[in-house]
Structures are given as C-alpha cells and as structure tokens.
Ligand binder design. Structure first.
Ligand code: KIV
Length: 270
C-alpha cells in the first residue's frame, strides 16, 4: 500500500522533511520506490525531458496518462502524484473531473497536481469532494510561461509575496493536501509554510519548506540542455551514458564485442 496524503501531513507535524522527485517511467520508479522516497511526481516536465518539447504546454492527457501508468507499475509503496496537463482542468468542471479521474482510475495514481491560485480553488474543492486529492502549485507556474514571460523568481515584492501567501491559504481552504512552491524567495516560503497546516514542497523555494522536490533528470545530470540554479547535480549520468555507449560502439566496430562468452552454440549431443 502506498504512502497516503495523511502520512505527508504527519511528517509536517513531526518536522520530518518530505522528499519527492519526478519520474516518468517504470524502471526509474522502481529504483525510487526501493529507496523509500515519500512521493513521486509524474511532472508535466516530462514534456521537456522525455518528449523533447520546449515547454510543458504541448503535453496531452494521453501522454501524461501513459507515463503515469508506467510509473505506478514501478511504485508499489510510493504515493504517485500526476501533473494535470495545460488546459486539461481549465474549461469546465465535467471535463476536469473526467481528466483528473483518468489519472486515478486508468493510470492508478493517488492524487493530481494543478497549477494556479485563487482561480482554481473552486476546481480543487470539486475534485476533493469527488475523492480526488489535489496538490497545489504556486509561484512560478510553467504552464503560464507565455503570460509570465520567462522562468523568473516570483514573489519578490511585498505585494507579490502577500498575494502568494493569500493564494496558499486559499488553496488550503479549498482542500489541497499540499502545495508546491516553485521559484520564490526563501523568506516568502518560510511565511507560507508557517501559516499552513498542509505541507509545502519547495523547488527553488529555499530551506524552510516542509519538503523538497527536484526533477530527476536535473539531479542526475541527464538533461544536458539546461541546469537550473536551484538544482544540485549529484551525478553526471549523461557523461556515464556517453562513455558506456561509446565503448559499446567502438567494441562492435572493432569486432571485440560480442565474444564467445556472449554467444550460444548448438548442443553437441542432439
Ligand atoms: O513538472 C514538474 O516537474 C513540476 C516540478 C517542477 C514541481 O511541476
């Protein structure tokens, strides 16, 4: 049985840091599950790091459900949250419910994440009342990149910071069980975290959040196009992949692989 949303609340109450990471496939989810992470996000960052799009905007419901299914198969003990794609929760509540329901019914996730503040509170309440737990996401909301005009830190002025605090409180009141705070000053996330009963999960939001989330490809050095300032690269898997693949390429070209130990022969006695 996966960790529930209640376990995350208890962790906040006990001051135990919540650790989340993104995943988009079965093999990675199995490793993350073995290591005992508190939750996995099938982030819409999959649009960029797995599907090669420039932004999260082109991601479709079918793509998100497809990747969530493979993560769920690998995450026997870990809570799986699915990011709802751009415009999959903004038109009307019936469509939103059908889309959010697909992540739980079809893909087997335990909750969904939506970007936005006041304007999505009604949606959050409707989903929660139907039994779909919702994680909020404020600060930098990449699905609004065309509105925001770039991946910039949010909430730097007093007015913007107050607005973020209001949005966090409104999402909690609407029924969200946790909120991702992305790219906001540490002092602002400190205030939000102290005012909320539900956990805050930071990414580029400093040290005071109840938990942290990172994009797996960033911390493992798999995505070479861009490394955000808020990330820490723990290993350079892209380099290791290049080395391993180069060795394989050369060995086949030089007729060193395969050798007899990788080959099969017919049975002598049959
Ligand atoms: O899609 C994603 O990876 C996210 C994280 C940045 C929180 O939403």
């Amino acid at each position: 049985m996966q960790n529930s949303i209640h376990k995350l609340s208890e962790m906040k109450a006990h001051g135990e840091p919540i650790v989340m990471v993104t995943a988009y496939d079965y093999t990675s989810a199995r490793i993350i599950d073995d290591l005992g992470f508190d939750a996995i996000l099938v982030g819409d960052s999959l649009s960029q790091v797995m599907l090669g799009n420039d932004t999260t905007i082109p991601l479709t419901m079918d793509e998100a459900v497809h990747h969530t299914k493979s993560v769920v198969r690998g995450a026997a003990n870990t809570h799986v949250v699915s990011d709802m794609p751009f415009l999959s929760y903004n038109s009307n509540i019936d469509t939103t419910l059908i889309n959010a329901g697909r992540f739980l019914k079809e893909a087997g996730a335990q909750s969904v994440k939506l970007e936005g503040g006041h304007h999505i509170c009604e949606t959050v309440t409707s989903l929660v009342s139907c039994g779909i737990p919702v994680m909020g996401h404020i600060g930098l909301t990449p699905q609004s990149i065309n509105q925001i005009g770039g991946y910039k830190v949010q909430g730097k002025s007093k007015k913007q910071a107050d607005r973020l605090i209001d949005e966090a409180l409104a999402l909690e009141k609407a029924g969200a069980y946790a909120i991702v705070l992305e790219l906001i000053p540490a002092e602002v996330s400190k205030q939000i975290t102290s005012k909320l009963k539900i956990p805050t999960i930071g990414i580029g939001a400093g040290i005071y959040c109840d938990g942290q989330i990172q994009v797996m490809h960033d911390i493992l050095g798999l995505f070479e196009l861009f490394t955000p300032k808020h990330t820490k690269q723990y290993v350079n898997l892209a380099k290791q992949m290049r080395e391993g693949l180069t060795e394989y390429l050369c060995e086949v070209k030089e007729k060193k692989f395969p050798n007899n130990s990788h080959s099969f022969s017919i049975q002598q006695d049959s």
